[in-house]
Ligand binder design. Structure first.
Ligand code: ARG
Length: 555
């Protein structure tokens, strides 16, 4: 039972009578009472009456018998204090619900979540972390909300760099499957040769031409390179607990065959203009620094297609073929203009019909202590594998077994990435993310493990919840707030709302556990308190899972 909905339903008739029209009661959790409605504030303006007056009238007309007390506060808020019995019965309904009060979406959408998507020629670095972590949390959450989620790993597996990589592959391994080992090293070696060696350079260029022309031997080498990169990426996803699988790879090369048709369609719709030999779209409202219209280059002057063309083809495919009605692109903030232009051109082409939305789920950067991009001492980018190794080593110093250290170390890194508003940059800080107190991954995992241990020691089943202590009441109310939070993450695509909620829940659980003995309580109280422990544990575990974090049962 969703208390917001229940209270809204009770306030709605009174509001409608006073307003002579339907009014959204907008009941929300509040610091000033259990719940609050601010509906009267805007309504009073429209009616030309004093808000407090209107609030008093609505309060007087509302039938909240047995449910809650209503009080007018401040400029005209309705403060609602819920009866303990209502909280208890709502929590008991929650306990009986396998989905913790979160119903599957009434109108499921097909949501494509485009995330991770590294350029495969390079090793993963800390710069790849955020798309994986944020994207995966959103994919998990939307799927759990009942949407049809299509994970799309739009890896950069095409482009001129592959000419040089394939030539280098040929030079280093004339026979057998390539062992790329250290991808960055491989890329750097190829690059160094490309820069230094004229003969290698021309071979590489020729190789690009052969690749684009579909030469079989070249394609075979390219495929081997791509396959090796996939194995590498899948191992990284596995270690990070990212749910991307083999089936989710849909790299740039996937769209090669569609590119000419995409261009033809855009030309036919009059959306492309030739500019310096290139075919460009100039969507309205985009101008460069000089005030000149900004081009989105769809076909380059050499006839090749670039990043934007591929994104247009992918978008068209996702809507037309996959039937997506919501497109998410979990990509760093610097690509904002790129996506806005792609959406504008796609909309003009009719590829984003009514009811289909495209959203750039942008995120900020990870910074070092100096406030600049997070790098190693020597100024290189931090390799993701090394970062995670260090996280696990640091987590082991908390004195746990290797599996738990991995869960805590990796979890701490992921949680630090999710706990703040994704749009903001954040400073990477080992001590803070691994602290056992405060809004951290370890704190939440610890809270969960503690609950597991209480339940194990108890051994007996939970009973019905009755509220007899303020700490129980506060905890129960927070348990009931899981549903609106998860729903809001699905809408706003802001996992930090869930992180903040779980932190609040774990803190309230602490308060409850300190104030309300569980195992030593008389039988009926004990059964009620155990029920609160069970429900808190389930909510934490589900919430951590939606964030993509492991929840070990003991630390
Ligand atoms: N490979 C791109 C990069 O590393 C990110 C791709 C994001 N997804 C997309 N559909 N453009 O910047």
């Amino acid at each position: 039972m969703n208390l917001e909905a229940l209270l809204s339903a009770r306030l709605a008739p009174a509001l409608a009578e006073v307003a002579r029209a339907a009014v959204d009661p907008a009941v929300r959790r509040s610091r000033h009472a259990d719940f609050q409605s601010g509906a009267v504030l805007s309504l009073a303006g429209r009616l030309g009456r004093s808000p407090r007056d209107v609030a008093r009238e609505v309060a007087g007309r509302s039938d909240l018998a047995g449910l809650a007390q209503v009080e007018v506060s401040g400029p005209g808020f309705l403060n609602l204090t819920v009866a303990d019995e209502l909280i208890a019965s709502a929590v008991n309904a929650l306990a009986a619900d396998a989905r913790l009060g979160v119903p599957p979406a009434a109108q499921p959408r097909t949501v494509v979540v485009d995330y991770s998507a590294p350029n495969i020629a390079k090793e993963l670095t800390v710069g790849h972390l955020r798309s994986m972590v944020i994207g995966d949390s959103l994919a998990r959450t939307l799927a759990w909300l009942g949407h049809d989620v299509v994970r799309a790993n739009h890896v950069g597996d095409w482009g001129t760099a592959f000419g040089m990589l394939i030539e280098h592959l040929l030079d280093s391994h004339s026979t057998g499957a390539p062992q790329l080992g250290d991808l960055t090293g491989f890329y750097q070696a190829a690059r160094a040769k490309f820069d230094a060696d004229e003969e290698f350079r021309s071979r590489s260029r020729l190789r690009v031409v052969r690749l684009q022309a579909g030469d079989e031997r070249t394609l075979r080498l390219w495929r081997a390179y791509v396959a090796e990169s996939r194995r590498y990426l899948l191992a990284a996803y596995e270690r990070l607990g990212v749910t991307l699988t083999e089936a989710d790879f849909a790299g740039e090369s996937t769209y090669n065959d569609a590119l000419p048709a995409v261009v033809d369609e855009l030309v036919a719709k009059g959306l492309l203009i030739e500019s310096d030999g290139a075919l460009c779209a100039f969507p309205a409202g985009f101008t460069g620094r000089d005030g000149e219209p900004l081009p989105l280059i769809v076909r380059k002057s050499d006839g090749g297609f670039g990043y934007a063309a591929t994104d247009l083809a992918a978008l068209r495919h996702r809507v037309r073929v996959l039937g997506a009605t919501r497109l998410l692109y979990v990509v760093g903030a610097p690509q904002r203009t790129h996506f806005e232009m792609v959406y504008a051109v796609a909309a003009a082409a009719g590829w984003l019909p009514d009811g289909v939305t495209a959203e750039h789920v942008a995120f900020g950067s990870i910074l070092g202590a100096d406030g600049k991009m997070f790098r190693t001492r020597s100024g290189d980018s931090v390799k993701l594998a090394e970062l995670l190794d260090e996280a696990v080593v640091r987590a082991s110093s908390l004195g746990t077994c290797p599996e738990v250290a991995a869960a805590v170390g990796v979890g701490a890194v992921k949680y630090a990435d999710l706990a703040g508003d994704r749009r903001n940059d954040y400073v990477f800080d080992w001590d803070r993310m691994l602290a056992l107190t405060g809004n951290t991954g370890p704190y939440l995992q610890y809270a969960y493990a503690r609950i597991c241990s209480v339940l194990e020691r108890a051994g007996d089943p939970a009973g019905a919840v009755t509220i007899c202590h303020p700490a129980e009441r506060a905890l129960a109310l927070e348990l009931l707030a899981f549903e609106p939070v998860v729903r809001s993450v699905g809408e706003t695509l802001e996992p930090h709302r869930l992180a903040g909620y779980l932190y609040g829940l774990a803190s309230l659980f602490s308060g409850f556990y300190e104030n309300c003995p569980v195992l030593k309580a008389p039988d009926d109280v004990r059964a009620s308190r155990l029920a609160l422990c069970v429900l808190t544990g389930r909510t934490l575990r589900q919430g951590l899972d939606l964030l993509g974090m492991a929840a070990p049962t003991s630390l």
